[in-house]
Ligand binder design. Structure first.
Ligand SMILES: [Fe+2]
Length: 285
């Protein structure tokens, strides 16, 4: 089954949005308001980024801005825009996913002014390839990655995605190819500070799934998939650790990352953590 796009009626949200999201849907909000003032419009006219990193972002309570370019006044305005987007994302979760509201932990907020990178990147960094998100240095353990995206392109350009098959079918295909987990090397990675915490077996599997997926040219070309366009003004929400996706094109986007404990899900058995354990027939280490 290909991940479904579920359009949400903002005025009359259904009660089962969390369930749909946990089941692998992308929730699409066609026209939630997030207006820019005259000054802010410049952020969609040219990239206010230093070009060293892929994105500009704020992190933490201090919301320190990283990777931005422009005058101090412009950078402060961009920072405020990202703070406002973080609040917008929090409100969206509070309104449409109320069961998550008290459990979710808002992490980085990013401004993505550049087109999808089509330079000859290594396959591992090439996000046009279908993948699930996994963070090499930041083990997630029992947390999920929930993301809120918004296309802010001023010229009508869509953000173009591909979505792939459901996580369970993908896992069945790829699990037999993954190397076994070594608690000893996980401890070593943490001791050497290569990872911020000890990499769990779940994190190990997700990293290797990410790589095995991206490396498989035949699967990338012929595996189950569908194209999706997200238009300017649209907001979409998904568990990016569950939904297979590739970003094919488009520039000027906002993104909020949030972490949710598996235990806070309406149905924890739908998490990649539990799906992998179920496919392996045992609990993960
Ligand atoms: Fe991704």
């Amino acid at each position: 089954m290909i991940s479904p796009i579920v359009t949400v009626d903002a005025a009359a949200p259904g009660r089962s949005l969390a369930r749909a999201l946990e089941g692998g849907a992308v929730l699409l909000f066609p026209d939630l308001p997030f207006p820019f003032n005259d000054f802010e419009r410049r952020f969609t006219e040219r990239p206010f980024a230093d070009g060293k990193a892929k994105n500009v972002n704020i992190r933490g309570e201090a919301a320190e801005l990283r990777g931005a370019a422009g005058t101090p006044e412009e950078q402060e305005a961009l920072r405020q825009l990202l703070i406002r987007y973080r609040a917008f994302s929090r409100d969206l979760i509070g309104r449409y996913l109320p069961d998550y509201a008290d459990r979710v932990d808002l992490a980085g907020t990013s401004y993505r002014p550049f087109d999808v990178d089509r330079r000859k990147l290594s396959w591992r960094r090439d996000d046009t390839r279908l993948h699930v998100d996994a963070f090499p240095s930041n083990p997630l353990g029992e947390r999920r990655i929930l993301r809120v995206f918004r296309n802010i392109n001023p010229a009508g350009e869509p953000r173009r995605w591909r979505v792939g098959e459901d996580f369970g079918s993908m896992a069945e295909r790829f699990l037999p190819r993954l190397p076994g987990y070594s608690p000893l090397s996980a401890r070593l990675l943490a001791l050497l500070k290569i990872t911020k915490a000890k990499r769990s077996e779940y994190d190990h599997l997700m990293l290797h799934l990410h790589d095995a997926l991206k490396r498989d040219e035949a699967y990338q070309a012929q595996g189950p998939q569908a194209d999706v366009d997200f238009l300017p003004g649209q907001t979409w929400v998904t568990f990016s650790d569950l939904v297979m996706h590739g970003a094919m094109g488009g520039r000027y986007m906002l993104e909020q990352t949030a972490y949710l404990p598996v235990a806070a899900q309406a149905d924890p058995s739908l998490s990649p953590q539990r799906i992998l354990a179920q496919k392996l027939g045992r609990a993960l280490h």
